[in-house]
Design a protein around this ligand. Structure first.
Ligand code: ADP
Length: 354
């Protein structure tokens, strides 16, 4: 590996807001240095607060790590070329883009695979069907699924100047909902290696530097789990409260407990709107009246009672929900009984939020 070779790897890093141009042809690669097994890349940004700074730093790092021999240490620094940064360096995000949002609600789960994203996407569509203005920010940095679940994969959000040399990202609109996802800026799998503060800053940009406009609800599809990234997200985004998604099995109880404790932690202290029991029962498409409690009955109700939070909704396992996720047409758009479960959940949440 040498500097020249590293530069050819960087041709893969495309600036999403600049057509298909990569950071090398855009003249953003200011310096590459190589010392033993340590690579340092310096990216030059022409203006302060490019909305994609964190994204490009992450993508550059990911690309070098992917191409370099194992064990290589990679550091990516940024400098501003034309305009000297005046105030504090680093992330400087204001709250002005979310000033006109009435309710910001996190969709959380103690662990992955319980259907958190499925619930978030369908809840957003259901709220829009009820006439609310809705946005959804997919903050699941480890597996952004909104582009696939909404059939918006491959779309690239535009950026727009918003005065003071600051740029904002425009959300993708479909099914009456404004969508934003880190997945729109990353190649498949690439986001997976983002960790810690870098992932966290990129996530905050995907929420705070987006032109949401006037909204009744902004749902945040949070990453699964209850770690530092969650605490930082809840602290920096004025989230009013959260929904916790779970499946009814007894083994899910300890994950729900972690979620509840996180939001009740004295440093966070946010309202928990309630629990959503996903996969509450199985209903075959051809026998819509039949309910098979394959993960046990009343698990969600018992968990909700144990932690003193409302059971806001129960969503059955239905083939159409899975198919809707894979085909990009959320089940909540349909008139089938499973869509009603999401509409009921949307109504209950809207009532609770007031
Ligand atoms: P998470 O966001 O918690 O990781 P996902 O929403 O990605 O989970 O769901 C995991 C898988 O389970 C997806 O394939 C999804 O389509 C499927 N799934 C989730 N909820 C249901 C449901 N109620 N009925 C059928 N399939 C579901």
């Amino acid at each position: 590996m040498n500097e020249k070779e590293i530069k050819t790897w960087l041709l893969e890093v495309v600036h999403p807001a600049k057509g298909s141009q990569n950071i090398v042809e855009l003249g953003m690669v200011d310096a590459i240095s190589l010392e033993r097994n340590k690579v340092a890349v310096t990216l030059a940004f022409p203006k302060r607060r490019d909305p994609l700074t964190e994204y490009l730093v992450g993508a550059t790092k990911a690309t070098v790590i992917r191409n370099a021999p194992e064990g290589t240490e990679v550091e990516v620094r940024t400098i501003v070329k034309e305009e000297a940064p005046k105030k504090k360096p680093g992330l400087d995000l204001g709250l002005e883009e979310i000033n006109n949002v009435r309710h910001i609600i996190g969709i959380a789960s103690g662990k992955g695979g319980v259907g958190k994203s499925t619930v978030a996407v369908n809840l957003a569509v259901a709220l829009a069907r009820l006439g609310y203005k809705v946005g959804l920010a997919d903050a699941d940095v480890y597996g952004p699924s909104v582009p696939l679940m909404t059939g918006t994969e491959g779309e690239v959000p535009a950026a727009e100047e918003s005065g003071e040399g600051k740029e904002v990202i425009l959300p993708i609109e479909k099914y009456g909902v404004k969508w934003m996802s880190i997945g729109y800026f990353a190649e498949r799998g690439q986001a997976l290696i983002w960790r810690g503060p870098m992932a966290c800053n990129a996530l905050k940009q995907m929420i705070l530097q987006v032109r949401w406009g006037v909204l009744d609800f902004l749902l945040i599809d949070m990453p699964p789990g209850t770690g530092d990234i969650h605490i930082s997200l809840v602290n920096d985004i004025p989230m009013e409260g959260a929904l916790i998604v779970t499946t009814p099995q007894p083994v899910a109880l300890s994950d729900v407990e972690k979620g509840v404790n996180m939001f009740r932690n004295e440093n966070i202290n946010r309202r928990i709107y309630g629990l959503v029991e996903n996969m509450a029962w199985f209903t075959p498409e051809e026998l819509p009246e039949n309910k098979y409690y394959i993960f046990g009955k009343d698990g969600g109700r018992q968990m909700a009672e144990k932690y003193g939070i409302p059971l806001l909704g129960q969503i059955p396992i239905v083939q159409g929900i899975r198919e809707g996720g894979d085909s990009g047409e959320p089940a909540a758009l349909s008139t089938r009984p499973d869509a009603l479960a999401f509409l009921d959940l949307a109504r209950t949440l809207a009532e609770a939020a007031g």
